[in-house]
Design a protein around this ligand. Sequence first.
Ligand code: COA
Length: 207
Amino acid sequence: MQIIIADRSHSIYASTICDTIAQAAEVRGTGIAKRKPEYIITKMENGNAVIALDGRNFAGFCYIEAWGHGKYVANSGLIVHPDYRGQGLAKRIKKVVFEHSRWKFPDAKVFSITTGLAVMKLNSDLGYKPVTFSELTDDQTFWKGCQTCKNYDVLQRTNQSMCLCTGMLFDPAIQQDKKTKKKFDKNVWKRLKNINQVRLSKKEKKS
Ligand SMILES: CC(C)(COP(=O)(O)OP(=O)(O)OC[C@H]1O[C@@H](n2cnc3c(N)ncnc32)[C@H](O)[C@@H]1OP(=O)(O)O)[C@@H](O)C(=O)NCCC(=O)NCCS
């Protein structure tokens, strides 16, 4: 199995990808922001998509979208072909697309809106936290993508403040804070350990 950053040569898979996404949404009976093959092809051409191939067979896909002038990034359209599900492929694709997004947009907040438990699990593993929609991008082009979802009326009724999807967010600033705190904690721990060792050796000398 190959999981790679897609390019123009993968445009032959665009229709299959769109059909697989639409069929999966129908089976789940959930809403979905529909995408056209041309949109998927543009993602591939711009190096903003990840594709999984088993030889020449399409196995999985996910793409990157940037919103709010690159302040926010979403990893959208995750799909694994039914023949390849339950083998950890979505996990591998999400990891590649997440790392690629972080490399391309290091300061962007990465977010996701989903009704899927699998996606919630995968997002949590990558450090996303559940948030209200107010924490997500206010870029109206993103929310317009929801117009093709069958639950769009809910989003409209709530003035875009909530819907059936759960919002999840990875904030690089918070992650950086945690890292610094961890480093700090480690240093404090080291110093305490040293102090204790000195105390202990003094005690031993006395006795
Ligand atoms: C959802 C989907 C991408 C999962 O792909 P997959 O390759 O089978 O997933 P993985 O094997 O990598 O599993 C990842 C995790 O999700 C869990 N999971 C997978 N399918 C699940 C399901 N239907 N319900 C609940 N959890 C699920 C797995 O147990 C695993 O969790 P773990 O790490 O705690 O063991 C795939 O079923 C799919 O394409 N579905 C249709 C499209 C879809 O729902 N996309 C998401 C749009 S929001």
